[in-house]
Design a binder for this molecule. Structure first.
Ligand code: NDP
Ligand code: MG
Length: 389
């Protein structure tokens, strides 16, 4: 019996998670894509439009949106732009689930509007939960929508929680690959170039998260993400370095049992799990071969060298608007590092300085979160001599 197609919308369809989401959709053939959004890559977006025929698409950059309109004038597809456009895509009436695969805090408002409109969220955009988790999670509960994790560690934890009572969690064991500079000391990191930092040993991802993995800021963001997704205090989230990225995370229970989720590093698994939860579908790809693998090793994270993680714990303990400062300082620092205007170690230096300078706002509203983001950028720009573009 043919079932009705599930309708989804995707923010960030031209990126690493966005394109892999469309691969999953293509392979399964029973999902209808009703809306897409991208930043500026209109050539890829046009291909996606012609293949998946959404009814509405958003291009963040106005000029590029105009170009796209001309390019697809033969199709009945509405083209929108800017934040209003992103929100229109997020709340597209026919979609039941929104995949949030944009990078950064830009995802906050569209995610909130989608939840208000009753859409389930397949959440890749961790920066949204890190900065606005205290708004998003209660709102999702109130509206009865599901927040389904796409981040591989969080999907792993989510899978480990199946059929269990969350109140009986002892701790979450969040695994980390350690990134390309695992084992290096601070003196060896002074001259790291963007090209070196963009080489992740196990995962092929967008540029921003790849740099975040190299600084271990990504793991810091993930600790905060886990806190909000699973309602666990940060003291009960322990980071375990496991360089091969085979164990995607684990949960330790009150009785000492540890449940883990393992698999080859492939983001299509958590993406597909979020799209079809609680159903498991066939997914083409390599399977784990334990004979080839032979061993899985573990290490303590080196928080002296990779301060991103320690700073994240500090920001989370201070709470309120401080995680926003942590995240906003990092977003700016990573973009300057990628432009060659800031050193690798400068990234965590900026985060540290901005955290020290900020006076926490308790329980910030969305407007206050966005103001704090602006404050952080202004503070950094006025304290360091970098250009504004
Ligand atoms: P990418 O940089 O590969 O893709 C980002 C996407 O967002 C692109 O489609 C980009 O469009 C779009 N975009 C950027 N700015 C805007 C904007 N202002 N309006 C609309 N669209 C915009 O990132 P990733 O896919 O790697 O990461 C996405 C999110 O998922 C991040 O939060 C990341 O932390 C998280 N994540 C990613 C993982 C991965 O494996 N990649 C793993 C776990 C989490 P354009 O192409 O036009 O620039
Ligand atoms: Mg992850």
């Amino acid at each position: 019996m043919a079932e009705r197609k599930k309708n989804i919308a995707i923010l960030g369809s031209t990126g690493s998670i966005g394109t892999q989401t469309l691969e999953v959709v293509r392979a399964n053939g029973d999902i209808k894509v009703t809306a897409l959004a991208a930043g500026s890559n209109i050539s890829l977006l046009e291909q996606q439009i012609r293949e998946f025929m959404p009814s509405i698409v958003c291009v963040w950059e106005k000029g590029r949106a105009e170009e796209l309109k001309l390019a697809i004038s033969d199709l009945p597809v509405k083209v929108v732009t800017g934040m209003e456009g992103l929100i229109e895509v997020a709340i597209e009436p026919k979609s039941e689930l929104l995949v949030t695969a944009v990078v950064g805090m830009i995802g906050i408002c569209p995610t909130i509007e989608a939840i208000k409109a009753g859409k389930d969220i397949a959440l890749a955009n961790k920066e949204t939960l890190v900065t606005a988790g205290h708004v998003i999670m209660p709102l999702a509960k109130e509206k009865g929508v599901q927040i389904l994790p796409v981040d591989s560690e969080h999907s792993a934890i989510f899978q480990c929680l199946n059929g269990e009572n969350r109140l009986q969690i002892e701790k979450i064991l969040l695994t980390a690959s350690g990134g390309p500079f695992l084992g290096k000391k601070k003196e060896q990191l002074f001259d790291i170039t963007p090209e070196q930092a963009l080489k992740h040993p196990n995962w092929s991802m967008g540029k921003k998260i790849t740099i975040d993995s190299a600084t271990m800021v990504n793991k810091g963001l993930e600790v905060m993400e886990a806190k909000w997704l699973f309602g666990v205090e940060v003291e009960n989230i322990q980071v375990v370095v496991q360089p091969k990225s085979i164990i995607h995370s684990m949960v330790e229970w009150k009785d000492g049992a540890v449940i883990a989720q393992l698999g080859t590093p492939d983001m299509k698994l958590p993406i597909q799990y979020a799209l079809y939860y609680p159903e498991r579908r066939f997914l083409a790809g390599e399977r784990l071969d334990f004979w080839k693998l032979s061993e899985i090793t573990f290490e303590k994270p080196d928080i002296e060298t990779f301060q991103g993680l320690a700073l994240a714990y500090q920001a989370m303990k201070q709470g309120g608007s401080m995680p926003t400062v942590f995240n906003a300082a990092n977003e700016l620092a990573v973009s300057e590092f990628l432009k060659g205007k800031l050193s690798f170690l400068g990234i965590t230096e900026w985060i540290k300085e901005a955290i020290q300078a900020h006076k926490t706002i308790k329980n910030p509203t969305v407007d206050e979160i966005l103001e704090t983001e602006q404050w952080t950028r202004e503070w950094i720009l006025s304290n360091y001599s970098i250009s504004r573009n």
